[in-house]
Design a protein around this ligand. Sequence first.
Ligand SMILES: Cc1cc2nc3c(=O)[nH]c(=O)nc-3n(C[C@H](O)[C@H](O)[C@H](O)COP(=O)(O)O)c2cc1C
Length: 187
Amino acid sequence: MELMELIASRASVRDFLPDPIPEDILKEILEAGRLAPSAQNRQPWRYLVFTDNARIKKLALNCGIIGLSNFFISKAPCLIIACADSSRNVRINHQDYYLVDTAISFQQMVLAAWNHGIGSCWLAAFSEKKLKSHLHLPKSWRVVAMAPFGYPAEKKSLYSKALSSFAGSKDRLSLCDIVTMNPGKEQ
Ligand SMILES: Cc1cc2nc3c(=O)[nH]c(=O)nc-3n(C[C@H](O)[C@H](O)[C@H](O)COP(=O)(O)O)c2cc1C
């Protein structure tokens, strides 16, 4: 797909077919994350990849109460948890860039997946504390986000339609709301 078409056609997918993601495509998705830029090239991202649906189901039960809102992950054939190792952080202007770096890398994976017709959905609704303890993650790691990945089911569930419309998923601010051209320049 052409890049702008890829970006414009991506949307969060919350209903999946059970078909597994072919190994070579999964590898390409992970490679897209690996090649991302990062502050001082620290590459703080660490990925946990689950391709066993029974384990994904178990994980869905270990995301805390808030995580139950994303129980649709239990139908996905693949789940990736994006972690960031704070020991590889670069702090500039009181900003911790390891989280930014990891978000850039994860979004590259989302787009690489969509390029193969594989849908996904960023998720932040989970208890980081519960997940870290369930997965025995190192103290220095943060869980930045997770996303189910899989081929989209044709029929969307009522629940996923509700989540998408609750989030106003189709809405975007216009360019004039978000862009200031040549700020400070006299008109
Ligand atoms: C950081 C982040 C966290 C998100 N967390 C959730 C979530 O917990 N549950 C969910 O259903 N969608 C979640 N979303 C998906 C957003 O609702 C969605 O991206 C937004 O509404 C725009 O819709 P679109 O992705 O279909 O374009 C999250 C997205 C981002 C970027």
